[in-house]
Write a protein that binds this ligand. Structure first.
Ligand code: FAD
Length: 481
């Protein structure tokens, strides 16, 4: 019998429940369909596509080497592509791992219905999360809205064992029609695109994800708790894009961290748990998006419906380009542009600055992140932005407005992060690097007595004044709502 294995955000061979089920069949057609319009309004952004292309190439090679299977590439309507394969081959079953984005859930539900009506067997699996969003509920049987009780419940639940790839060599081969596209056909590349500079900064694919995990566990997990907030250190796992594309599963990660915990004889328990907890934040983001799909572009907390966040293209552009004149904000934004990623603390700081100091709409920030992050993920991005804007489920309280100067002094005490991303400020002494506009003449480097840095802009807002206005705006809203 023949099965289709439809790959989506699960671009790996190991611990891939849908693939393992498909491999029970004599013949397997591995399929990838590029259908960005089906994900609208959240079609993958440019940085995502840059990553995806290479992740697919890596999967294509792995399938060929391990199983002698040729990944079939299609574009256009997913249903039509699947039906076309079914018509050409004697397909009996279709397998996939689930997706949680509202638009993609609708696509999958519809396809399942149509295929079932045609008498096909369709089976879906959990290939992306520790627990499915509906598996964790409170005592009333409702979804959680606050992380800590969600987490306490989740860690008590028995987790699924890892799924092993079958030992037997499955050299199934299906002669599939000439419709196959190549991966390169899907992504038009041009040498001058900004994201091409990510080249060489990331290793992509299943093997790379496991190498990264092992490197992190061996070198950094023990210092994770203490150093994860330090902006200049690379003390976090940098697994988020690998997780988003499913090159590694959170269960595989937990398996390794639990083993490490065991080997360490409980020496680094706190650090390991601090890291594992972040994987549950990821599950929590998916839990919220699944149960409250409207929050992909609407406030979670109804109190903030119609809150007067502004749209201002000029301010937005300055923020996007890292030209706000606030060094820590600009360093974060330039890290994003140069690498496709940004340190988590910097994400919180630039998001607080956009929504509170600049008073701009959180969706304007979220959309920029969506296009520029290699780990852009609708569940995590929505969670992060709504948390920062104060309108999320378990949000930062409205009066919490990150001060980029004190945050910098605390988490980038030597100014290393600023110097890395803002070379025009590299000559400034630590004392003034986080707030150059406050420097007195005495603080200034002697050779630059007139201007601190001719290339660096003055702040586009006064931090204290804009903070006060934000507090008034949010405060008044809270009292009226
Ligand atoms: P680690 O600290 O090593 O954490 C391990 C894993 O846990 C991460 O890879 C990630 O999958 C998950 N995780 C960590 N922190 C969070 C979090 N706060 N929420 C949900 N999951 C988390 N993360 C994304 O994956 N995609 C996004 O689009 C995204 N947008 C964000 C937007 C804002 C405004 C904020 C404040 C945060 C956002 N995050 C997003 C969460 C977080 O910043 C990144 O997951 C993290 O920086 C990735 O680095 P890491 O893999 O080294 O994380």
């Amino acid at each position: 019998s023949t099965a289709i294995m439809w790959f989506r955000n699960d671009l790996r061979l190991h611990d891939n429940p849908a693939l393992i089920a498909a491999l029970e069949h004599e013949q397997v057609i591995p399929l990838y369909i590029h259908a960005p319009e089906e994900a609208e309004p959240y079609a993958p952004g440019e940085a995502s596509c840059w990553w995806l292309k290479q992740s697919l190439e890596s999967l294509e090679t792995a399938l060929q080497e391990k199983f002698n299977l040729t990944l079939q590439i299609r574009s256009g309507s997913s249903l039509a592509a699947i039906q076309n394969l079914i018509d050409l081959h004697d397909v009996e079953s279709v397998y996939w791992n689930r997706r949680y984005e509202p638009a993609l859930r609708r696509v999958d539900e519809n396809i399942k219905k149509m295929l079932n009506a045609d008498g096909l067997q369709v089976k879906s699996f959990n290939g992306s999360l520790i627990f499915e969003p509906w598996e964790i509920e409170n005592q009333q049987g409702d979804p959680y809205r606050v992380f800590t009780p969600f987490y306490k419940r989740a860690v008590q639940m028995p987790s699924l064992p890892l799924q092993q790839l079958p030992d037997r060599q499955v050299t199934t081969f299906v002669q599939v029609g000439s419709k196959n596209l190549t991966i390169a056909d899907l992504f038009l590349t041009s040498t001058f695109r900004w994201y091409n500079k990510f080249e060489g900064q990331w290793a992509i694919g299943e093997d790379a994800a496991h190498d990264r995990l092992m490197e992190f566990v061996n070198d950094d997990i023990s210092i994770y708790k203490d150093k994860r907030d330090r902006l200049a250190d690379h003390a976090t796992s940098r697994l988020s894009a690998h997780l988003h594309f499913g090159e590694i599963s959170p269960r595989q990660i937990l398996h390794v961290t639990q083993q490490y915990k065991h080997d360490q004889n409980e020496r680094n328990d706190g650090a390991i748990e601090a890291f594992e907890r972040q994987l549950f934040w990821r599950d929590f983001g998916h839990h919220l998006l699944y149960h409250y799909p409207q929050t992909q572009d609407d406030v979670f907390n109804q109190k903030y419906t119609n809150f007067p966040w502004q749209h201002d293209d000029e301010l937005l552009q300055k923020w996007q380009r890292g030209e706000t004149g606030i060094p820590l904000v600009d360093a974060g934004m330039r890290e994003l542009w140069a690498t496709g990623s940004m340190h988590n603390r910097a994400r919180m700081i630039v998001a607080s600055f956009l929504t509170k100091n600049l008073g701009l709409h959180w969706l304007d920030g979220a959309r920029w992140f969506w296009n520029t992050l290699v780990d852009a993920d609708l569940a995590n991005n929505t969670l992060g932005w709504q948390w920062s804007a104060g309108c999320g489920a378990d949000a930062s309280p409205y009066y919490r407005i990150f001060n980029p100067v004190t945050q910098g002094q605390r988490f980038d005490a030597n100014g290393d992060y600023i110097r890395r991303w803002l070379p025009e400020l590299a000559h400034l002494p630590n004392k003034i690097i986080h707030a150059p506009w406050q420097a007195s003449t005495n603080d200034r480097p002697s050779d630059k007595s007139d201007t601190l840095s001719p290339d660096y802009p003055e702040p586009i807002v006064d931090l204290a004044e804009s903070r006060k206005l934000a507090l008034e705006r949010y405060g008044a809203w809270k009292d009226n709502a």
